[in-house]
Design a protein around this ligand. Sequence first.
Ligand code: ARG
Length: 466
Amino acid sequence: MTEPGEARPLWHGRFGAPPSDELMAFTESLSFDIALAPDDIEGSRAHVRGLGRAGLLTDTEVQAILGALDTVDQEIADGSFVLAPSDEDVHTAVERRVTEIAGDAGAKLHTGRSRNDQVATDLRLWLRREGTAAAARTHVLQATLLDRAAAAGDTYLPGYTHLQRAQPVLLAHHLLAHFWALSRDVTRWRDALTRANVSPLGAGALAGSSLPLDPDAVAAELGFAGRFENSLDAVSDRDFVAEALFVAALEQVHLSRIGEELVLWSSEEFGFVRLADAYTTGSSMLPNKKNPDVAELARGKAGRLIGNLTGFLATLKGLPLAYNRDLQEDKEPLFDALNTLSLSLVALRGVFETLEFLTEPMQHAADDATTAATDLAEQLVREGMPFRDAHAAVGSIVRDAAESGQPFADAVAADGRFGPDVSAVFEPGETVRRRTSPGGAGPEPVREQLVAARARLAEQAQWLHV
Ligand code: ARG
């Protein structure tokens, strides 16, 4: 017999002895799945109403359980919920408390339901909310990038390949490059959440039920687009978790690349941005230091999110149908990924809102005469020279100038092939003004791009209801 106060699990009828402390310590999930409490309660409300409609509970019983669920909801929200030793996970904790409050009616709550369909339902509800919130935070960061891009006017900086100066680009163009990557992240959230929006409730432990349940009606009540097609799949499918982990990991990789640029740009070597005091940290020993920790952690935390994705895929890969306890390992990486991503988005948004672009060093670096090399080759192309020959001609001027120490612009002026007006190409900002092709880095196409980015943001806002 179980002693009072000892863990008395949901399956106590079949067992002669209570679970060991070691088992409970190892298998419990309440310490982290308590985050699902609002979703667990929402799912139970819909389930109980369904049982009422099926004639399995009387109206009085339905009302008693709904009242108890409201009380539990309140207790969890205000912190007065008292845990019992038998509370293994959020589902057992909520059901135990509902039964304490509603008595025999409460003991009917789990009719026709298993924790297997319940946990899958809860987690989908949780992801629907938190995934949308992550997308909304992405949207806010995009809006800040767009504002800063619009305010940057015709400021330009070197564009890089291989981290070597290549061709000047507008600062707005550079910022908008990140905007579009984040916009794809928002569409990925949307796709992933559409696939996640299917109700597993009614699948039972694995095979459905002999009771007259109506999973379609319960799905509709929970705002799902529909119900599962196959009960085995419903309780064992964690694709929605893996997809969310991928979307989050890829987005954090985007933030990591942004972070890396901020680290470079805020270094004295680049000196392209000055980060605000409120978004930098000092050194405990070196009084001169002002460090870009937000940018570094946005970069560093990408490792965690990649690990969460690969780790969870490894958890899934060997599992036979249907539910296996391994699946409990879905929650910690998912919670961690969305929490980390959200913190990163909010912090980086603050960095971008408050940083100062140091336009003079940016433009000075971009005015390096050799960044006009491609324009010079293109001038020869316009005069009919094959591009390969033009490339070689300009390349040899670059090499000769570098070897002799002669300024590149002087070497070009001295070369008869470019004509007397060639020095115009070396005017500050001239080459970026010549980037006129659609989607290019110059003022004309960037003005169009700003309009397109605003339109994209407005589309996103409709989906996100922000
Ligand atoms: N805590 C469990 C989980 O997160 C709930 C489902 C338990 N089901 C079971 N058959 N033991 O997956």
